[in-house]
Design a protein around this ligand. Structure first.
Ligand SMILES: Cc1cc2nc3c(=O)[nH]c(=O)nc-3n(C[C@H](O)[C@H](O)[C@H](O)COP(=O)(O)O)c2cc1C
Length: 184
């Protein structure tokens, strides 16, 4: 986005949000590349940092990678509604994306993503012989040989956009009913 230019129209703000999300996955230093994904186990809320891996369908679909044995996968399977929070200091923009989550652990999409990842150091994240969160004797985890890689698809149903700005904060909602300004 052009620094210093303040977008006025909701349609152009929405287009800029979607373009910025696409840019985030291609730019390792983009502040939206890592977000916080909130889920629930039905009793309590949970949240953790995740890397945005792919953005498709004009940012209506986001893709994340995880360990199939992680707590978030069990939570998502039981309660697919979550929220992904992204903040960029550079843009002054917070996004709260309402998402419906779906986990895929096998099939062509998963095996081709894993085949690409296997060649990189990031593959280590999915090779632990024990599930994430298991107690261990030593902090540096052992490595197994089998991958436990899973892909999480996030279908975006609503975008709550908040802009922090010296001239006044602004907030807008983009969802199935359209777009509208709301009180920050
Ligand atoms: C900067 C950063 C990026 C991370 N990216 C991911 C990710 O893309 N996928 C993932 O499963 N965990 C990622 N993690 C680890 C998670 O935040 C979390 O610790 C782990 O997935 C276990 O979460 P869970 O027990 O809620 O499943 C990341 C952590 C940090 C600090």
């Amino acid at each position: 986005m052009n620094a210093g230019v303040r977008l006025e129209q909701l349609a152009e703000i929405e287009a800029a949000i979607r373009a910025e999300l696409a840019r985030a996955v291609q730019t390792p230093t983009h502040e939206w590349r890592v977000g916080v994904l909130a889920t629930t186990d039905g009793r309590a809320g949970d949240a953790r940092s995740v890397v945005l891996r792919e953005v498709a369908d004009d940012a209506a679909t986001l893709t994340l990678f995880t360990d199939a044995r992680s707590a978030k996968v069990a939570q998502v399977r039981a309660h697919p509604e979550g929220t992904l929070v992204l903040w960029s200091h550079t843009l002054g923009w917070q996004l709260r994306l309402r998402v419906t989550l779906d986990v895929e652990t096998e099939g062509l999409l998963v095996s081709s993503a894993w085949a690409r990842l296997m060649m990189t150091p990031a593959a280590q994240d999915y090779l632990s012989p024990l599930p994430p969160g298991s107690p261990v004797e030593h902090p540096a985890p052992e490595r197994g040989s089998r991958g436990h890689f899973a892909v999480i698809h996030a279908q975006v149903s609503a975008i709550d956009w908040l802009e922090l700005h010296a001239d006044g904060h602004r907030r807008a909602l983009f969802d199935a009913e359209g777009c509208r300004w709301i009180v920050p």
